[in-house]
Design a protein around this ligand. Structure first.
Ligand SMILES: Nc1ncnc2c1ncn2[C@@H]1O[C@H](COP(=O)(O)OP(=O)(O)OP(=O)(O)O)[C@@H](O)[C@H]1O
Ligand SMILES: [Mg+2]
Length: 419
């Protein structure tokens, strides 16, 4: 029997399961005995990996960029297949999932707030309204406005410039000061995305200027079921320094003391609730300025985390975020209690520059496994966002430090040749 297919338990319609978390949803649905359906575009479905395609009990082919049409098609599909839950696996479609859940009277997020989980301008407003510590911000439509805001807005330097709607650190830059044309370039970089791949969804091209929050970065996911927040473990996040901040790895547990980890979880839960997450999951990123115990929320998304974080958290704690998410959208109580106290870490293989991948290999080592994302001959983008990743290594160990060192050691011994 095909994994996940067949006349089994309740069905969940996932709006675009093709991202990083899709495979974890497939595994979790199989474990929970659920049927999984996808809502997507026909040509996007054609490019699904075989494993994902064969795990689906059915596909609602529609145009996700046309909200009225997509809602009508998905509503008819939900009724035909007696779908019992609606999930989103692609950040830009989380507001669409909230609208669909309301329309078919299934557990979902607050459709009036849901756009704040996709658009960082609305997110900033939602955080301010809820009193959540977050960087101060302003918007700019061009370089002249950005210079004016930088001079008069009291945001200070460095400044972070980013697109209102995008992910993967695409178009995000840290600008050190007003000199030269760095700010103008950053605004142009943030505004260059008019449509999102692969569906062609139109994006808000407003550039956001944010106060720079110094400190160590963490992420913390929150499952919300019936409006009740269930915090998941805190994860330590490492990024590159300088103009472009690309994740270099994630480690669970975070190394924070119990009380501070609790504060991070509480702040992440407040952020999730502030953007209308009521039956679902949120992935929240936070920074803690040195010498303080106040986490600042950088962003939250009403979706499962990317970057194989589902794997890292489950390897460390035994908690399946994907299963908890599916339980929440079905109106069940999510299983979020840790069943293990191990550690896990993921490190990414990043190139020093863009070009063509000549050779790449990851050595084998006990307690680790690696995966290449690109093949020899593939184009390697400039290391300005997460699209440049060549592969990753996941390590499991008894402590966070050991797991991190183990994965970092394998990455250091990996071969990456870009010509
Ligand atoms: N205001 C800020 N202060 C300090 N660092 C920031 C700020 N905003 C963003 N960053 C850094 O840039 C990274 C990417 O920014 P952000 O998370 O807003 O963009 P994104 O495209 O949604 O990223 P991703 O999808 O990779 O998480 C953050 O993880 C953080 O390291
Ligand atoms: Mg982010």
């Amino acid at each position: 029997m095909t994994i996940g297919a067949g006349p089994r338990g309740p069905g969940v319609l996932v709006i675009e399961p093709m991202g990083n978390a899709g495979r974890f949803l497939v595994e979790a649905a199989d474990r929970l005995g659920l049927r999984l359906y996808a809502a997507t575009h026909e040509e996007v479905h054609d490019a699904y990996p075989v494993r994902l395609r064969s795990a689906l009990s059915g596909v609602c082919a529609t145009d996700l960029t046309d909200t009225p049409r997509a809602l009508a098609d998905m509503e008819a599909f939900c009724r035909r297949h007696e779908v019992a839950g609606v999930a989103a696996c692609f950040e830009l479609f989380t507001p669409l999932a909230a609208l669909l859940a309301e329309r078919v009277a299934l557990p979902g997020n607050d459709p009036l707030l849901a756009r704040a989980a996709r658009n960082k301008v609305l997110m900033g407003e939602a955080f301010a309204a809820a009193g959540i510590p977050a960087p101060r911000w302003a918007v700019a439509r061009d370089a002249a406005e950005a210079h004016r805001v930088a001079r008069t807005g009291g945001l200070g330097w460095p400044l972070v410039v980013k697109p209102a709607e995008q992910g993967g650190s695409w178009g995000v830059s840290v600008v050190d000061g007003p000199g030269g044309d760095a700010l103008a370039h950053a605004v142009a970089a943030a505004r260059r995305f008019t449509h999102a791949r692969p569906h062609g969804l139109e994006l808000d091209t407003t550039a956001l200027l944010q106060e720079y929050v110094p400190g160590t970065e963490y992420s913390c996911d929150t499952v919300v079921a019936g409006g009740v927040a269930h915090p998941l473990p805190v994860v330590r996040k490492d990024t590159t320094e300088g103009r472009y901040r690309i994740e270099t790895g994630h480690t669970c547990p975070s190394g924070l003391d119990g009380e501070l980890a609790g504060i991070v979880q509480h702040t992440a839960a407040r952020a999730a609730l502030a953007v209308g997450v009521r039956n679902g999951i949120a992935h929240t990123e936070l920074k803690i300025p040195p010498g303080t115990r106040t986490p600042y929320v950088i962003e939250t998304g009403a979706r499962l985390p990317g970057d194989n974080l589902c794997e890292v958290v489950e390897a460390a704690t035994g908690v399946s975020e994907a299963a908890a998410y599916l339980q929440a959208v079905l109106g069940r109580v999510p299983d979020t209690a840790a069943t293990a106290a191990d550690a896990a870490s993921i490190r990414f293989l990043l190139p020093e520059r863009g070009g063509v991948l000549r050779r790449a290999s990851i050595p084998e080592a006990p307690g680790t496994h690696g995966e290449l994302h690109l093949r020899p001959g593939d184009t390697v983008p400039e290391p300005a966002d997460s699209a440049c990743r060549i592969g990753h290594v996941v390590a499991r160990a008894a402590t966070a430090e050991r797991a991190r060192d183990l994965a970092a050691g394998v990455v250091a011994r990996s071969l990456v040749e870009v010509g």
